[in-house]
Design a protein around this ligand. Structure first.
Ligand code: NAD
Ligand code: MG
Length: 385
């Protein structure tokens, strides 16, 4: 039986992964090793019992007694804290879903690769912060990273076995998020609740707000560069409000291969779970006659300055990705806590990039976890409101 783990099982992507595994037979079909979560102890314990996991881990040490309590009477081990997360990711598994949000997902994901697991990667922050570190670890362990972000799963599928040499460029689509059609002048007054809604996708709160600010797409552009090894200038973004086409690979001979599907993460997660084969998934089939029309427009960088920042980050290289991500996470924390306005996030991130780029060592490559986490802390401190 295939041994699998889910890091961030209680979140939006993690729960979808859990749902697919349960539908595919659960404990009778998979040997479930580790499930991890945060404060939602009841959900974590329910999942671990249902899938008969070897171990359940909460990120919060103070919640260990609660987790132990919730797991009473079954033989699932309980653990808590950051080290326990990494230890759980180090337990031998064949397939690990990396679905923790933020750079907190970097260390456990890296550990999963190092022990030889195939890493189904939803945690785009890992690639933004530490692309070479992650892809290098996969190469050393002779294992594979499979994209779970919908756009990257789309590129992966559209590319198939095609050679990258024939790729002219790659376009990823963006729905435009909550404020796509708002007058720009209104954005400064946007509330957290307004930013936490999405026209097409049901996702965790942080990525939903990142969709409204386009920081999510900015991160995905960098993710594309790191994952597929394509140069920055070959990565384009188009706004596509219907979210039916997820990415388009444009070839040098004028042929373009697009990947389409309903906006449902269970496709990308299920694709990575079943790869290299395909299995039936509970995803609504496309009905283009019902959809009617697919529309596209160029992204406006005045509305979404994050896209420009992504290009600056890719041009800078080195630790710029780690700084960009951490400054963005800090700005998002500050927006959610009501300390800054929606429109203050991008200027803050730009300021942190600017300040830290003047420091010695900004140009070092992300070659170790410690270096990346050092710059991550520095950027958060510099950016805090
Ligand atoms: P979420 O907030 O719904 O869930 C996050 C999970 O990580 C939860 O299990 C939570 O307990 C855990 N977690 C949070 N902070 C943690 C910490 N400091 N240490 C350890 N665990 C922690 O997030 P999500 O929307 O499921 O997104 C997860 C990842 O997948 C993100 O990197 C996101 O960008 C990416 N992603 C999500 C979607 C989506 O549809 N939600 C789509 C594409 C990519
Ligand atoms: Mg995406």
């Amino acid at each position: 039986m295939r041994r699998i783990s889910i890091l961030g099982a209680t979140g939006s992507v993690g729960s979808s992964g859990y749902d697919l595994i349960r539908r595919a037979g659960g404990a009778a079909a998979y040997d479930v090793v580790a499930l991890t979560g945060g404060r939602n102890i009841a959900r974590l314990a329910r999942m671990a019992r249902e899938l008969r996991a070897e171990i359940a881990v909460t990120a919060h040490e103070d919640l260990l007694p609660d987790l132990r309590d919730a797991l009473k009477g079954c033989d699932v081990e309980a653990a808590a804290g950051r080290d326990a997360l990494v230890e759980a990711a180090a337990r031998p598994a064949d397939w690990v879903l990396s679905a923790i949000v933020g750079s907190a997902g970097l260390a456990p994901g890296l550990q999963a690769l190092e022990q030889g697991a195939t890493l189904a990667l939803a945690n785009k922050e890992s690639l933004v912060c530490a692309g070479p570190l992650i892809t290098g670890a996969a190469a050393r362990a002779k294992t594979k990273i499979l994209p779970v972000d919908s756009e990257h799963s789309a590129i992966f599928q559209a590319l198939g076995s095609e050679n990258l040499d024939s790729v002219k460029d790659i376009t990823i689509t963006a729905s435009g998020g909550a404020f796509r059609d708002w007058p720009i002048e209104r954005l400064a007054a946007a509330t957290v609740a307004e930013a936490s809604t999405h026209p097409n996708w049901a996702m965790g709160q942080r990525i939903t707000i990142d969709s409204a600010s386009m920081f999510n797409k900015a991160m995905e552009v960098i993710e594309t560069k790191e994952f597929f090894g394509v140069p920055a200038q070959k990565i384009k973004v188009v706004v596509h409000p219907e979210s039916i086409i997820h990415a388009i690979v444009n070839h040098i001979d004028g042929g373009s291969i697009a990947h389409m599907g309903a906006p449902d993460m269970r496709h990308a997660i299920g694709y990575a779970l079943n790869w290299p084969t395909r299995a039936a998934l509970p995803v609504a089939p496309l009905d283009l006659a019902l959809t009617g029309s697919l529309t596209f427009r160029a992204p406006d960088e005045n509305r979404w300055p994050a896209l420009r920042l992504a290009r600056e980050v890719m041009a800078a290289g080195g630790m710029a990705g780690a700084v960009f991500n951490a400054a963005k996470e800090q700005a998002l924390d500050d927006f959610i806590a009501g300390r800054i306005r929606f429109t203050e996030m991008a200027p803050r991130v730009a300021l942190v990039l600017d300040k830290l780029s003047a420091r010695d060592g900004f140009s070092v490559d992300p070659d170790s976890l410690d270096t990346v986490l050092y710059w991550d802390r520095l950027a958060r401190r510099e950016g805090a409101a």
